[in-house]
Design a protein around this ligand. Structure first.
Ligand SMILES: Cc1cc2nc3c(=O)[nH]c(=O)nc-3n(C[C@H](O)[C@H](O)[C@H](O)COP(=O)(O)O)c2cc1C
Ligand SMILES: [Mn+2]
Length: 511
């Protein structure tokens, strides 16, 4: 992506361009989402401790649930609200956030995402007095996070998490680059919040760089934020790159920032609830565990850095964006994540130069898209499928965690699991078509290995579910409709009183 040079008719930092999204903030986006019938307001009193997450989990098991806005929360002293299932399993709400057509198929949305994710647009600074996040400013002792409704998600969670669907800004002391990451934040006290960044994350590298200089690390955290900054904060970009520029590029309009009260970092001007503070070397407390996107509790409780909060900013009736971590389709890391990850895998395969790749998809049911990648290709030479499998398995966007890499022919849609299972069942002969890669890049969050110390290493199965290339000429023909007959039935669809619209088919019996 680094090689892409994006040019605009409007100056790169000066304003919106032809595809600028209509929404400036979470509230604008919620209006769009509500108009599309994708928002449910919950006005009955709800306890943020376990009940809010239970409602979210139960309401989302079917996979097509709206976003849930809770505005009557037990114990709230700040007229705050909580939004859950913000994006979840909905590709439509993702599309509304980044200005794509919500009726696009998943495959087309991945292609469109590849284009908008290449674009960069630097943020702009707005005046403090004009920033909606400054409707209420709290300094020093006025900050009391326990006055806000703080969700506790799962019975075994180590505490209440004000930050899950959040974004966190830190600065690289050397380059000045501002990083945006989504890192969980557990409330320890009125002005003390734990910040968990796993090894290698940019927020953690920034913190360590400040501490190595003997200085505290400044942090800005937004606990209610627009969906684009959240989604981009949750994606890994290179450490020198600011996710602020990526978010601006995806929206076609710059992220608006404003000056903070205490720290040198800026704060997002249109956020709902923001805190600024310091991570002091050696200041830590027990943190975790948290029920994770894997559907299991994650790492054991451990000592993690604590942020001393110096100031807070919020709108009136701020909306806290809470991300439930659960198994699909209830997980906040759902469709958008699968789409973005698939887009980046395709970028990698194109950059490396694997020919004939048609599509790729990492289905969110596979632990938020981490567990499996399916790649479709038009086989062109002996060994082509094996090459596509090996490169997909280890390309930067797919290498972490992924256990199952499946190659299918171009007539199989990777986003349609029924088709993938058909290919696995009819084109794959396990004795010949399975390979295993060992000691690969994985995560401590994968519970399948024991003892747990074995875990950061994983293994990967490469599954060739393409027609066997050696026998491709003798391989039986698929049963396909004749195009002329298909078109005749499409034309007669309403005469035949068949429900819905006729299915779209793209492959037909050879004429
Ligand atoms: C809802 C949600 C919660 C997350 N929680 C954490 C977390 O607590 N710690 C962490 O290191 N990464 C967490 N992540 C993953 C990071 O956001 C992701 O790895 C991102 O790339 C980090 O930004 P960075 O690449 O700039 O470090 C979370 C992601 C999401 C979507
Ligand atoms: Mn980063």
């Amino acid at each position: 992506m680094e090689e892409f040079v994006f040019t605009r008719t409007v100056g790169a930092t000066s304003g919106p361009n032809s595809r600028a999204v209509a929404c400036r903030d979470l509230r604008d986006w919620l209006e769009l989402v509500e108009a599309a019938g994708e928002l449910k307001r919950v006005t009955a009193p709800v306890d943020p401790s376990e009940e809010l997450s239970a409602i979210t989990y139960m309401a989302t098991r079917g996979g097509t649930a709206p976003a849930l806005l809770f505005d009557n929360l037990v114990g709230d002293r700040f007229s705050a609200r909580i939004l859950s299932n913000m994006l979840g399993a909905s590709k439509e709400r993702y599309a509304l956030a980044v200005g794509l057509d919500p009726t696009l198929s998943t495959t087309d949305m991945i292609a469109a995402t590849r284009e908008i994710m290449k674009q960069r647009l630097a943020p702009v600074q707005v005046d403090k007095s004009a920033a909606p996040v400054n409707e209420i400013v709290l300094r020093g002792d006025e900050v009391d996070l326990t006055a806000f409704p703080v969700p506790k998600f799962w019975p075994g969670d180590g505490g209440g998490y004000i930050g899950t669907g959040d974004v966190t800004f830190t600065r690289d002391p050397q380059s000045g680059r501002i990083n945006v990451g989504v890192y969980r934040q557990m409330v320890h006290g009125p002005a003390r919040v734990g910040l968990y960044c796993s090894p290698g994350k940019h927020g953690r590298l920034d913190r360590e760089a400040w501490w190595a200089r003997g200085e505290p690390c400044e942090v800005v955290a937004a606990y209610g934020i627009d969906p684009v900054l959240f989604m981009v904060g949750a994606q890994a970009f290179s450490s020198g790159e600011s996710e602020l520029d990526v978010a601006g590029g995806m929206m076609g309009r710059p992220v608006e920032l404003t000056e903070a009260e205490y720290v040198g970092l800026p704060i997002p001007a249109n956020a709902e609830l923001v805190v600024e503070g310091l991570l002091h070397p050696g200041d830590s407390a027990m943190e975790g565990p948290l029920g994770e996107f894997t559907g299991y509790y994650g790492n054991e409780r451990s000592m993690q850095p604590v942020m001393e909060i110096k100031a807070g900013h919020c709108r009136r009736s701020p909306i806290i964006t809470a991300a439930l971590m659960a198994n699909y389709p209830s997980c906040e890391i759902g469709s958008y994540y699968a789409i973005m990850r698939s887009a980046r895998i395709l970028d990698d395969l194109q950059r490396i130069g694997v020919p004939g790749v048609v599509a790729a998809y990492s289905h969110p049911a596979a632990a938020s898209g981490w567990g499996m990648v399916i790649v479709s290709l038009k086989q062109q030479y002996p060994g082509h499928a094996a090459q596509a499998l090996a490169v997909t398995a280890q390309c930067p966007a797919a290498a972490y965690f992924t256990k199952w890499i499946i190659a299918v022919d171009e007539d199989v849609d990777p986003t349609d699991f029924n088709q993938v299972m058909w290919a696995l069942s009819t084109r794959c002969n396990p004795v010949d078509d399975l390979d295993i890669l060992k000691n690969t890049w994985s995560t401590g969050l994968d519970p399948s290995q024991f003892p747990p110390e074995a875990r950061p290493f994983g293994s990967k199965a490469l599954i060739n579910a393409c027609k066997p290339y050696r026998h491709i000429k003798q391989f039986p023909q698929s049963t396909l409709l004749r195009r002329s007959t298909y078109e005749r039935v499409v034309a007669r669809w309403s005469e035949l009183a068949l429900s819905g619209s006729p299915p779209r088919l793209s492959t037909f019996h050879p004429e």
